[in-house]
Design a protein around this ligand. Structure first.
Ligand code: URA
Length: 237
């Protein structure tokens, strides 16, 4: 009985609701896997140092990317095994485009390209004003035309969603076919903002996240979160 009381009184991080959930053409998938939760717990710990943090982010991206690439386009390919002829599936061309949002999204790139080594990589530099929380673009290196391309945005923290919405609109304007964002943590407020922005747009958007946390604080940080992802990956600049 005592055990039960203790367990019930522990704070539970994140939304354990039914996922994936859909609003219009926006799909939200929150990973619910003990291995991911374990790695997230070590990642959140303020005592975890930068090298361990970077390693964990890489491992988490690989696990999340497995789910995020479920709808990646493939084409049949005939091959000969040592035993028989068969037809398998290989990634279609043009290859998917992976877009890390600088700076923190860079920490997720290695894990993603390990999973899809042939993906093309574009970069989007976005910064948010700490007072207004508005996102603006300061750099981009992307194919001019993304027509028919599946795009995977990498950004560890979905806080207000401002950066992600701006990045998604940017890729849509360039012709992206569909967009999947992979985030390590998300706040319910940010998820709702993305849903509000795209649910009636008919544009296919997927968000795959390691956990949905409780809320944003007054400074726009995810609670309990992990602090500033860029600083934890690369140190305070
Ligand atoms: N960006 C971060 O790095 N951390 C947060 O909690 C929110 C936005």
């Amino acid at each position: 009985m005592l055990d039960t009381v203790l367990i019930l009184s522990l704070p539970i991080v994140g939304d354990k609701g039914a996922f994936p959930r859909y609003r219009g053409t926006v799909k939200i998938h929150v990973a619910n896997h003990p291995l991911i939760t374990h790695k997230l717990t070590v990642l959140r710990d303020e005592n975890t140092n930068s090298p361990t943090f970077r390693q964990l982010v890489e491992e988490l991206v690989m696990l999340l990317a497995y789910e995020a690439t479920r709808e990646v386009k493939t084409v049949p390919q005939k091959i000969k095994t040592p035993v028989a002829e068969t037809t398998g599936l290989v990634l279609a061309k043009p290859r998917p485009v992976v877009v890390p949002i600088l700076r923190a999204g860079l920490g997720m790139l290695e894990g993603m390209t390990r999973l899809i080594p042939t993906a093309e990589v574009g970069f989007l530099g976005m910064v948010r004003d700490e007072k207004t929380l508005q996102a603006s673009t300061y750099a981009n290196r992307l194919p001019e035309d993304l027509t028919g391309r599946q795009c995977y945005i990498l950004d560890p923290m979905l806080a207000t969603g401002g950066t992600l919405i701006a990045a998604m609109n940017y890729l849509i304007e360039k012709g992206a076919q569909d967009i999947t964002a992979i985030t390590i943590l998300a706040a319910p407020e940010g998820i709702k903002n993305v849903e509000d922005a795209f649910a009636t747009s008919n544009f296919p958007i997927t968000i795959v996240t390691g956990a949905m946390d409780e809320k944003l604080n007054d400074l726009g940080y995810i609670v309990p979160g992990l602090g500033d992802a860029g600083d934890r990956l690369y140190g305070v600049v």
